[in-house]
Design a protein around this ligand. Sequence first.
Ligand code: 26W
Length: 824
Amino acid sequence: MSMEKTLCNLKMPEMQRLPRDIESLAGDFERYLTRHLGRFFGCMPFYLYEALSLTIRDRIMMDWRNTWTDYEKKGVRKAYYMSMEFLIGRSLGNHILNLGLTENTEAAINKFALRLEEIITEEQDAGLGNGGLGRLAACFMDSCANLKLPVVGYGIRYEYGMFRQDIENGYQLEEPDHWLQGGNPWELKHPEYTQVIKFGGHVEINVEPDGRKRHVWLDTADVLAIPYDIPVSGYKNNTVNTLRLWSADATNVFNLDDFNAGSYSEAVESKNDAEHITMVLYPNDSSENGKELRLKQQYFLASASLQDVFRMWSLNENNNFTQFAEQNVFQMNDTHPTIAVAEIMRLLIDEKHMSWDEAWKITTQTMAYTNHTLLPEALEKWSVPLFEKLLPRLLQIIYEINARFLKLVSRKWPGDTGKQIRMSIIEEGDVKYVRMAYLAIVGSFSVNGVAALHSRLLADGLFRDFYELWPEKFNNKTNGVTPRRWMAYANPAMSSLITEKIGDEWIRDLGEISQLKKHVNDSVFAERWFAVKKENKQRIADLVKDECNIDFDTNALFDVQVKRIHEYKRQMLNILHVIHLYDRIKRGDTENWTNRCVLIGGKAAPGYQIAKQTIKLINNVADVIDNDPQVGDRLKLAFIPNYSVSKMEIICPGTDLSEQISTAGKEASGTGNMKFMMNGAVTIGTYDGANIEILDAVGEENFFLFGLKADEVDKVRADYNPEQIVNSDEDLKRVMHLLSCGHFNSFEYGIFDRIIDSLMNPQDPWLTLADFRSYVDAQVRVSRAYLDRAGWVKMSIHNTACSGYFSTDRTMQEYNADIWKLNI
Ligand code: 26W
C-alpha cells in the first residue's frame, strides 16, 4: 500500500487522448476481446459487451482523471450527493452517446458483422435502487456532469440489487439479482482509500491534561469500507464526474483470541458478518421495518463518505477545518443517510477535537435534506435500544442535539410542552425511537420537497412546527429526468426528427425543445411524428409478444402504467377501468370504440401482500380478456414482468397515454410522468405531485385531469361511503360484481377478497372508488380524442415541446443556485 501511495504522488505525464475513429475503435475492440479477455468472435455475447465497454472506458479515463484532479485543487467548492440508492441501469450505451461516438462505434462493430444493439443489451442493469428516488439520484448525477458541476455521488455497492421479478401462475416470484457475477467493467476499485467503520462497543470519558473531557468509543467491531468508483460522463463536454460506491469487507486483523484458541473458522466468520452489510438492497420503498442491518448500511454509508471527504480535505488543509463549510456541502437523499448529521458531529468533536459549538456550526452549514414522501409509514425511526447497541456514541450525540434543540423550542414557545413532545427528535413511549426526519431538519440548513404541491404540504402539514420555527430552511425543488437517457438515447428516431427541425442543442439544454411549438400545426412534420411513434409502439409490441405472448396492435391506443405497485398509486383504479371496458364489450356497448392496449408493470415489495395480490389480479384479468374472442383487438391487457430501467427505455418512447392516477396528495412528485411526457405521451392524471406542474406547462386541453384534489380528499374521507358510491353507479356496480362473483378467479376461490374488502372499506385511505366515475369519464374523453388522429398528434408534439422544465438540468441548476452555490 505504501508503495502505491508513493507512486500516486509522482507527477504523471500528460495522458494522450485516444483516437476515436472507426479503425481504432474496431482495433481496440478486437484486441480486448482476443488478447485481454482471451475470447474469440462467436463467444458468449457477454464478452463482446465487456470488450466494447473496455474500449469505450479507455476513452473516458483521461477526462475522468482531469476532472477529478481539477476538483481536488484548493478552493473548489464541492457537493456530495449521499444516497442509499442509485438506479443506474445500463452504462455502455449511455457513455457512447455522451462521448458522441454512436455512429463510429456502430460502424466499428459492423466490421465484425455484429450489431451495436445486440452488444449493448448484454449489459445487466445496475439496479441499485427501488424506484423513483434511486432513479432520480442517477439522473441528478448525469445532469451535474452535463453542467460541469463538481458533485460527487456517494452510495452503496450492493452485491445484489433490486430483486428480479418472475411471474408464475400470475404471482410475483422474487429472484436474487446477482448483477456483478460477470464482473463490472464500469467500476474501479480503490483499496487505497479504504475507511474503517465502527460498530458496537461502549463509550468512555477521558479527561485530558488540560481538563477537557474527551469521549472515546472503545471495543468496537470494525468493518472496512472499500470504495469503487464509477464514471459519470457529461454530454460531449470532456467532463467525467464520479460516483463512489462503498463495499464492506472484514478488517484484516483476525480476532486474535479466537485465533489463538484454535478457533480459526470463528475468526474467519467475522469476515462473513462484515461483508453482509453491503450484500443486498432492501426492496421496501414505502414502509420501514426497522431491520438492524439496514441501520448498519445507513451508518456505513454516512461514516465512510464523511471520512472520505475529511481525508481529501486534510490532504490540502492539514487539519484546519475553519474553511470546511465554505468548501463542502452534503445533500441527503431522504432520511436514509441522515445519521450523517450525528456522524459529522462525532468526527469533528471526537476526532478533530472541536468544541460542540464549532462543530454544530459546521454541521448546520453543510447539511441539506430532501424529503421524498409524506406517507407516515415511510418515515424512518429507529428504536433507541437498537441505536444504543450499534452506535452508542451516536446516540449520545443525538440526545445532546435534541436537548439543545428542545431548549430552543421552549424559548420560542414557552410553556408549550405539547410542542416539545411533538417536535422532539426522540419519540417517547414504552420503546423510544429516534425520528430521523427531525434529526435531518434540525441538523440541516435546507429542507426541500420534490414538487410544488409536495413542498407546500410539508410546510403546512408534516413539518409544520419546524416550518414555523425556521421558514427560511424550507424550499421546493421540482424533480426532473435527464433528456440524454430518456430522449436522446431511448428514443433515437424521435430525437433525429426533432434535431432535424430545431438543431441538437435541446440535448444539452432542454429549454430549447419549446421551439417545437412552432411546428405543431405542420402536417408533414405531424405525419412523420406519427410514423416514429408507430415504430416505437412496435418495439413495445415486440417486447410484450416476447415476454407475455400477447399481441398488441400498434393501431390501438397504448395506455401504460409502470411504477412500483402500491395502493396509493392505484393500479386498482386502472384495473377497474379495464374491467369496465371489458364489460362494455360484453354487453355490446362498442359504438365509436377506440381499441386499447393496456400495459401495466412494476414490482411489489416482497412483504406487501395486497400489492402482490394486485399483480395476480392484473394477470388473471389479462387472461380472461386476452383469450375472449368476442373482445378481439378492442382491448388487450398485459402485465410486463420485471419492470426496470432498461424496460422503461423501450416503453416510454412508444406510449400514447401515461397513467398518473395516485390519490391526490400522496405521490410526492413522480418522475415516470416526465419521461412519458418528454416522449410525446399525453397524461391522464390526478391533481397530484408534479402532474400539477405538467398540467400547468401543457394547458388543460392537452392533459386529461380527473379526480379529487388534495384538500377535497381530506374532506371526503370524513364520510366516505364506498357502498353508496357503488350503488349509485351502474357501471361500477357491474364491475364490482364481476370482481366479487369470481369471474376472474374461477378455480381460485376467494383470492381477491382482501382487495375487494379494502376497496369497499369506508376507511380506505386511497379513496379509489371515490374517483372511479371521474376517471372513467376522463377515459371516455381520451378515447374520443384518440379517434381524431391529427388532434392527438398535435397534443403529443405539444407535450414534448412543453417538457423543457422537466429536465434534471433545470433541477440541478436550482439546487446549485439556492442550496449548493458551487462555481460562484
Ligand atoms: C422504508 C424505506 C424507504 C422509504 C421510502 C425506501 C425508499 C423510499 C423512497 C422515498 C420511495 C421513493 O422512491 N419515493 C419517490 O421519490 C421520487 C423521487 O423524488 C418521487 O418522484 C416519488 O413521488 C416518490 O414516491
